[in-house]
Design a protein around this ligand. Structure first.
Ligand code: ADP
Length: 267
């Protein structure tokens, strides 16, 4: 722990220098704390699936199952835990690239309507299995946008997948429209919602309102952090509104041209 604290005795340059050193020291301490919390989270998240993998593999090895059904269910657990582990590693890899500014964007003119339809298709089956009504409405003749299509698809897919995962009954509705220099995409669900005091944290890495529900869905707790990092890179923004038990809506604003620098109050 770095405990630099310079006593400030004057209001001149020396005083402001001392103030700057104190501020830096606080920032550095926060950074260290976050970093060590993050590492602790990673090891915890990696440990859970590995212990499942080990445990169930041992049961199979020792033929400790009663019948074919049990054998199949243990194998399925191994499969889904291995998938979770792979997803976790992939997500961590992506986040670290984004944070170091190493994530390359492939910018070109893209048709948002196509991207939306593609993302909807990907979650359609899951929505049908849960008997959820999934529909969308896109304003006619949206202009092409200069952006990274596959990253936008990743964002929309993530938000739609969450909407499906955290909704037990009702509907998921996506709408898109043009507003000044932005295209807005709104994803609304009638799901479990997010309690108000949790809202400020849901974009934080590994933050999950209900760990067990997220686990059951194969969630890593990194999806929304990745979503917000991508949107930042594309110079857009994202807002969430939700009430516990009363559904959630995410509003994403994407600039028509992601290469144009925007100041925060313009968005
Ligand atoms: P996860 O992998 O756990 O889904 P995310 O980063 O995507 O992680 O989301 C973080 C948390 O935010 C989730 O665990 C869940 O508690 C909450 N959340 C995200 N989307 C929704 C939604 N549409 N409805 C309710 N809760 C949501």
């Amino acid at each position: 722990n770095l405990e630099t604290k310079v006593n400030i005795t004057s209001k001149d340059e020396v005083g402001s220098l001392a103030q700057a050193i104190n501020d830096l020291s606080i920032e550095l301490n926060n950074y260290r704390k976050n970093r060590s919390e993050f590492l602790a989270n990673i090891s915890h998240e990696l440990r859970t699936p590995t212990s499942y993998l080990k445990g169930y593999a041992q049961l199979l090895k020792r033929h400790q199952y009663k019948n074919k059904e049990e054998l199949e269910s243990y194998s399925s657990i191994i499969e889904s835990e291995a998938e979770r582990l792979a997803k976790l590693i992939q997500d961590l890899f992506e986040l670290s690239k984004m944070e170091e500014g190493r994530l390359e964007l492939y910018l070109q003119h893209v048709d948002l309507e196509e991207i939306i339809e593609q993302s909807i298709k990907k979650v359609m089956l899951k929505a049908r299995e849960k008997n959820l009504d999934l529909s969308y409405n896109i304003q006619d003749e949206l202009p092409l946008i200069f952006s990274d299509g596959s990253r936008i698809e990743q964002v929309l897919f993530n938000l739609l997948e969450n909407a499906v995962n955290y909704t037990e009954k009702g509907s998921i509705y996506l709408s898109a429209w043009l507003e000044k220099d932005y295209i807005c995409v709104l994803i609304q669900d009638t799901g479990v919602g997010i309690p108000e005091d949790e809202l400020p944290f849901i974009f934080d890495r590994f933050h999950r309102v209900e760990k067990s529900r997220s686990r059951k869905m194969g969630g890593t707790g990194l999806g929304l952090s990745i979503v917000s990092e991508i949107i930042k890179l594309l110079q857009g923004n994202i807002e969430v509104q939700s009430k516990s038990q009363n559904g959630t809506s995410f509003l994403v604003r994407l600039p028509l041209d992601s290469t144009e620098e925007k100041s925060n109050d313009e968005i």
